[in-house]
Design a protein around this ligand. Structure first.
Ligand code: CAA
Length: 387
């Protein structure tokens, strides 16, 4: 049985903050953002958007196209969780009207969670190839205002239907694995903005790239030159370039910049304008690659998924003949272009807003034009609705 990604759809927020606005506010030379970290703008959630509304918006077109038949598992991957106990995927299950005969769970390991979800989905489908798994990766990346991390925020959700005989990408064995206990990025339960040691996190990511590749090679994976493109986790797009150069160097290859650009260039288009979407980021890279490449039929693509803390995995996927008929290129472009640009003050107010923590009632302002919204909170319960 071949198993992999049968359909892929993403959603992002109502608002977008151009990096020019941030640079103007904090006096940063714009080249640092546009060239130094490789970011143009970042998605900003409206007051009535969160990981649930984004996740449901990403997954709804998949359910509309394929129906819910055969989906017996929904795995929701996030590191910006809204509840310590209840899986955000249960709200998504409800908003999408999925059958009660479904298994729903949330997975967490920083930005790596969606890859764990994909691998677990593959295992379930090998057990029963008639089943499908809906993987939803949804995150709001939030750092402290006026911190170095601020320029690397963003938000998006990717939904993937994982099945036997997939229409887009077959996921291959083996995987290269790497875990190391490092404190490069974390978010204690009492905080809603992440804590990060920026330089430490870049070093930890590079160490993980080397570690996963070593294991991937030892497990009998493909040689480096077999891959036509590489999708990296992209906290900012420049990081993919740092990572790939490090991989080439550590595997004893030259870093020919034309070849590096050729291997990564198409994968950064969505991330450069959306910003960090944590668990969704590596799969936004895949979406950008598939949507823009002329023809990848039969080509192996390398995936490097990194989650701070840290866990990483390198694996390969092969693009399936006929994949282009199943892409959502126009919808993806619309998701990016429909965002309303906001100024620095509006962004700052949205960043600083809080929901009541005392059980009181709160109605969120109607801002999103997306399909689902967080209507409010009452008695400590989040209330969602279709628009
Ligand atoms: N023109 C062009 N380039 C410029 C420039 C200018 N005017 N000014 C500066 N630059 C370049 C710098 O030379 C540097 O490039 P190199 O890294 O290639 O040397 C780049 O712009 C960034 O400059 P700094 O290193 O001085 O930036 P900083 O210290 O303010 O912060 C950051 C950068 C560490 C990425 C910070 O944004 C941050 O902490 N972000 C959050 C953490 C993060 O994203 N870590 C990534 C790995 S961890 C991970 O992947 C998991 C995750 O999702 C969080």
């Amino acid at each position: 049985t071949t198993v992999g990604i049968h359909d892929l759809s993403f959603a992002t927020t109502e608002f977008v903050l151009p990096h020019t606005a941030l640079a103007e506010y904090n006096g940063t030379e714009i080249g640092k953002y546009h060239v130094g970290i490789g970011q143009q703008s970042m998605s900003v959630p409206a007051a009535d958007e969160d990981i649930v509304t984004l996740g449901a918006a990403a997954a709804a077109p998949i359910v509309a196209r394929h129906g819910a038949d055969g989906i017996r598992t929904l795995v929701f991957a996030t590191e910006s969780s809204i509840d310590q106990a209840k899986a955000a995927g249960v709200y998504v299950h409800s908003l999408l009207g999925l059958p009660s005969a479904t298994r729903v769970v949330e997975l967490k390991q920083a930005c790596y969670g969606a890859t764990a979800a994909l691998q677990f989905a593959i295992g379930l489908i090998h057990r029963d190839p008639s089943q499908k798994v809906l993987v939803v990766a949804s995150d709001v990346s939030k750092y402290e205002l006026d911190s170095p991390g601020e320029a690397t925020q963003g938000a998006a959700a990717v939904a993937m239907l994982v099945s036997a005989d997939p229409a887009l990408v077959r996921i291959e064995d083996p995987s290269g694995l790497f875990t190391a206990d490092v404190m490069d990025f974390w978010r204690p339960n009492y905080r809603d903005a992440a804590l990060v040691d920026g330089q430490e996190s870049i070093g930890a990511y590079l160490q993980a790239v080397q570690g996963t590749w070593k294991d991937y090679s030892e497990q009998g994976g493909r040689p480096l030159e077999a891959f036509s493109a590489f999708c990296y986790h992209q906290p900012f797009t420049k990081m993919a370039y740092k990572a790939h150069r490090h991989l080439l160097n550590s595997a004893g290859h030259d870093t020919d910049e034309t070849a590096v650009k050729q291997a990564l260039g198409l994968t950064t288009a969505y991330n450069a304008v959306i910003g960090n979407s944590y668990t969704a980021s590596v799969y936004l890279g895949l979406a950008a690659l598939l949507d823009q490449a002329e023809d990848l039929t039969g080509q192996p693509v390398g995936f490097l998924s990194y989650g701070s803390g840290s866990v990483a995995e390198f694996f390969a996927g092969t693009v399936v003949p006929g994949y282009r008929e199943h892409l959502r290129t126009a919808e993806h472009r619309t998701a990016i272009e429909r965002r309303q640009a906001i100024g620095y003050d509006r962004y700052r107010a949205l960043h600083e807003r809080t929901l009541p923590t005392d059980g009181s009632d709160h109605a969120t302002p109607a801002e999103t034009t997306g399909p689902f919204r967080l209507a409010g909170i009452s008695g400590h319960k989040r209330l969602y609705e279709k628009r």
